[in-house]
Design a protein around this ligand. Structure first.
Ligand code: ZN
Length: 101
């Protein structure tokens, strides 16, 4: 039996155990780093960009930001973030509100 090899093996990332480490998600508008936030660790109320509702401090949610731009991270309701990925990206670039119907 050979001893355990000490060669570097950086192929597989370590398993996510704590949830602190952000994950990279690829969306139609690019990559986002996403990190889950436990409700108990937050003391502020944030506003979710997906539904424009407040996220209560006790609610578990997630934070998303552009890689390298963590200063501009946004707090999202988890289902809102998931819905964002499914429905496509609603980028509010136009000044006029979209018409429905
Ligand atoms: Zn929301």
């Amino acid at each position: 039996m050979s001893p355990r090899r000490a060669r570097r093996r950086d192929v597989s990332p370590p398993p996510l155990r704590s949830g602190v480490r952000p994950t990279i998600e690829t969306h139609p508008d690019g990559d986002w780093e996403v990190r889950p936030v436990a409700g108990s660790s937050t003391a502020k109320t944030y506003r979710c960009p997906g539904c424009d509702q407040e996220i209560s401090p006790s609610l578990a949610h997630l934070v998303a930001w552009r890689p390298g731009d963590e200063a501009n991270r946004r707090h999202w309701h988890t289902p809102c973030w998931r819905a964002r990925g499914r429905r496509g990206v609603k980028v509010q670039r136009s000044r006029n509100a979209p018409r429905y119907g």
